[in-house]
Design a protein around this ligand. Structure first.
Ligand code: GLP
Length: 244
């Protein structure tokens, strides 16, 4: 209920009320919210206040507005910690979701430019170029373009890369994956990404670039991916360095 005597602003109380309903699954993903008018009448507050509360929750990603259709409970974002080198397959399984991949392309190419450089190859050496849409419970999360040295990781097939590449490297080839270097930046979805990720052109995406090394420090993969901005959130623990 809204408490008009409370020092908490009314729009904030409305937000908490909406959050609670979503937490308790009274309102579920895809459900439409009552209109601003109904909300305002029910809680005896102004429509402006309702709008302010809802707009903030839309910006936060908890709710989603669709022109002419109303406001809906949005699909919740995954929080992915940035500590520890994990695979997409492991990340999804840990959340109890079913990982899968839609193979967009699978080619063997001659390494050149940055790809050759980061993989420590000479121009012209063979690399696999694999494009996959990664799905969680059949819903697209990310588009990944992976370059892997063919000499180092032989035997990749379309079938293998539709499952886990890391599992193949470790369990089949018996190689130890050591560490990765990763960078993240914001971008807008381009035409191909938007189509394959089932989002709109210019929707936000997170571009992630990862170089992964074996334990002996040899780089074995270079990955450029676009993660859906509406489905992903990254978190990191930041211990403060001891003060001298
Ligand atoms: C994540 C990383 C990729 C990595 C992939 C391996 O998605 N962002 O850089 O290539 O995991 O996943 P999998 O072993 O499921 O193929």
């Amino acid at each position: 209920m809204i408490d008009k005597q409370s020092p908490l602003p009314i729009y904030y109380q409305i937000q908490e009320l909406i959050r609670k309903k979503i937490d308790k699954k009274e309102w579920q993903t895809g459900d439409v919210l009552p209109s601003e008018r109904i909300f305002a009448e029910q809680y005896e507050v102004s429509r402006m206040t309702v709008r302010q509360a809802v707009t903030e929750l839309v910006n936060e990603g908890l709710l989603r507005r669709e022109k002419g259709r109303g406001t809906f409970v949005a699909e919740q974002k995954f929080t992915q910690t940035l500590q520890g080198l994990t695979s997409f397959t492991e990340d999804m399984k840990e959340r109890g979701l079913k990982p899968s991949s839609r193979l967009v392309s699978f080619n063997v190419k001659e390494a050149a430019g940055k790809t050759a450089r980061v993989l420590g190859l000479n121009d012209g050496e063979a690399v696999y170029e694999i494009q996959r849409i990664r799905l969680a419970d059949h819903s697209p999360m990310a588009m990944e373009t992976t370059y892997i040295s063919k000499a180092l990781i032989p035997g990749l097939t379309k079938n293998i890369v539709q499952n886990s590449i890391y599992e193949y490297v470790e369990a089949e080839l018996g190689l130890a994956i050591g560490y990765g270097e990763q960078s993240l930046e914001a971008a807008l979805a381009m035409k191909k990404e938007a189509e394959l990720l089932e989002i709109e052109l210019n929707d936000p995406v997170l571009l992630i670039s990862r170089i992964t090394h074996l334990q002996d420090k040899t780089p074995f993969e270079y990955v450029k991916s676009a993660y859906r901005g509406d489905r992903y959130k990254f978190s990191i623990q930041m211990p403060r360095n001891e003060q001298k």
